[in-house]
Design a protein around this ligand. Structure first.
Ligand SMILES: [Zn+2]
Length: 272
């Protein structure tokens, strides 16, 4: 595959997204779980979690022929074993991450999508791109975000409401009727969306963290097709630039209410 990617942290914060690729595989993770003032039971933190799980997954994808679901379950177990002696892995706020895995075999492109990062497939002869996203967290979140969305982003009240929102969502995490993410339970891998397609049917694929996909699914400034065009013409940097321009135009979140004024934004584009 020909692969390009870019990632940019929210200003002044460590980047909790992780992206990496080989010529035959790509991973994108978006870490989550611990707003300021919240406890997580883990001394390592969200950035450590997403970066360690992501690099573990990419390494096993290069070495093993197991299914992507099996490799994700193994990866979650491996990362748990790295800190179960020092951290409280039963804590409801332990670090977590969304996961996209993409692998090219001789004749197929395989994918796995867990939680709300977005996979876009540009399929030959299809008028619209195919979008693969697991939106269970957004469905649960919609029931609980009214208070936060009514407040100005960046205000102390908004910061507190965002923390309460994240803590409320923890009670829905990794259980039936809620939403599933990579954290400490390897069974979450069984909840991922998976699929494959003959490689000659796919013109291009794009992986976006929700900090980048918000250009389409929250701000409604672009279509998925336009994002593919930007990726093709300007590369992943071009998409992230468009996201930041939009966010700077609405610093208080009055046009687009959101948990974070800026989020880590990551885009990967590949032509198999
Ligand atoms: Zn830890």
């Amino acid at each position: 595959m020909r692969v390009t990617f870019a990632t940019e942290a929210a200003p002044g914060r460590p980047n909790e997204d992780f992206v990496a690729a080989t010529p035959d595989a790509a991973v994108l993770l978006d870490g989550a779980g611990t707003p300021a003032g919240s406890d997580s039971g883990c001394s390592h933190g969200v950035t450590w979690y997403s970066h360690t799980l992501g690099s573990t997954l990419l390494a096993t994808m290069a070495q093993s022929a197991g299914t992507l679901t099996e490799l994700l379950a193994e990866g979650i177990k491996t990362v748990s074993s790295l800190h179960d002696g020092t951290c409280d892995l039963a804590h409801p706020g332990s670090p977590s991450a969304t996961v996209i895995m993409l692998r090219r075999t001789d004749d197929a492109l395989e994918w796995l999508v867990l939680a709300d990062s977005v996979l876009i497939l540009d399929v030959v002869d299809a008028p619209e791109p195919v979008i693969i996203c697991d939106d269970r967290e957004a469905q649960v979140g919609a029931l609980h975000r009214a208070e936060m969305d009514a407040l100005d982003s960046g205000s102390d009240e908004h910061v507190s409401a965002h923390r309460r929102y994240v803590e409320t969502l923890r009670s829905y995490r990794n259980r039936d009727g809620g939403f599933w993410v990579a954290a400490t339970d390897p069974l979450a891998a069984d909840q991922a969306l998976t699929g494959s397609m003959p490689v000659d049917r796919i013109r291009a694929a794009a992986l976006l963290s929700d900090g980048a996909s918000r250009l389409v699914d929250r701000y409604h400034l672009r279509t998925w097709r336009q994002v593919l065009d930007t990726l093709d013409e300007s590369g992943p940097d071009g998409v992230i630039r468009e996201v930041r321009v939009a966010e700077h135009s609405d610093p208080q979140g009055s046009r687009w209410p959101r948990g974070k004024t800026f989020d880590d934004a990551t885009a990967l584009y590949c032509c198999p």
